[in-house]
Design a protein around this ligand. Structure first.
Ligand code: E4P
Length: 226
């Protein structure tokens, strides 16, 4: 199971990274436009923050084959080694994915809505396919069912390609995508705390503290080992 942070906000990425076991950072053109005036600087800073082994994802902004290839080369040479280039799941995108995958790039097919897009992108060599869960739910289509179909068909036809489910708004969407078979998820920084927090856990901790203090007062457990 892989967890990625969907953000280009350095301080938010740092907050999550220090607390949660994450595998890297995903970005897209809208995230970069919202969160920075200098995308190259922001991406380089994220790379420095996450180190060389966690994966950094950045998306091409060109929509034609030549432009996508040129941008992929520039992104990889500046942001490698653990870098995955995001290419939209279009006909031009498929052509670019095929070339880039053959050249050894890690490719993420993005902005995905359908099972056929997934199968074609996997066949073109994509390592990850990224369905946009909330955007699919907004069409009154059950995104978990779609993600489940994607995962099932990939396991059968293209097991090296993973579903990287994206665009979540509530934890239940994350649960359902993972239960349906997504091997990776990318989540906004603000949502990570929601995934670990539980009022039940808080109540248990309060109970431990109360019972402990009643007997041992201010002493912590390490005080007994002095
Ligand atoms: C995935 O990599 C995308 O960056 C992201 O999840 C897009 O979805 P959103 O804009 O709805 O959050």
């Amino acid at each position: 199971m892989r967890y990625f942070i969907d953000s280009a906000d350095l301080s938010k990425v740092e907050y999550v990274l220090e607390r949660f076991p994450c595998d890297g950072v995903t970005t897209n053109p809208a995230i970069l436009a919202r969160e920075t005036d200098d995308p190259a600087k922001a991406l380089r800073e994220i790379r420095d923050l996450i180190g060389d082994t966690r994966t950094l994802f950045a998306q091409v902004t060109a929509s034609d084959y030549d432009g996508m290839i040129r941008e992929a080369e520039i992104l990889k040479s500046n942001l490698g080694p653990a870098f995955s280039v995001k290419i939209p799941a279009t006909a031009e995108g498929l052509r670019a994915m095929t070339k880039l995958a053959k050249e050894g790039y890690s490719v993420t097919a993005t902005a995905i809505y359908s099972v056929q897009q997934v199968l074609l992108c996997a066949k073109a060599g994509a390592d990850y396919v990224a369905p946009y869960v909330t955007h699919i739910d907004n069409l009154c289509v059950d995104s978990a069912e779609i993600v489940g179909n994607m995962a099932k068909l990939l396991a059968y036809h293209a097991p090296r390609t993973q579903v990287l489910a994206a665009s979540f708004r509530v934890p239940e969407q994350v649960n359902r995508a993972i239960l349906a078979g997504a091997g990776a998820v990318t989540i906004r920084p603000e949502m990570f705390d929601m995934l670990i927090e539980s009022t039940g856990t808080d109540t248990e901790i309060e109970g431990f503290e109360k019972t402990w203090k009643e007997k041992f007062g201010k002493n912590g457990i390490s005080d007994f080992f002095k």
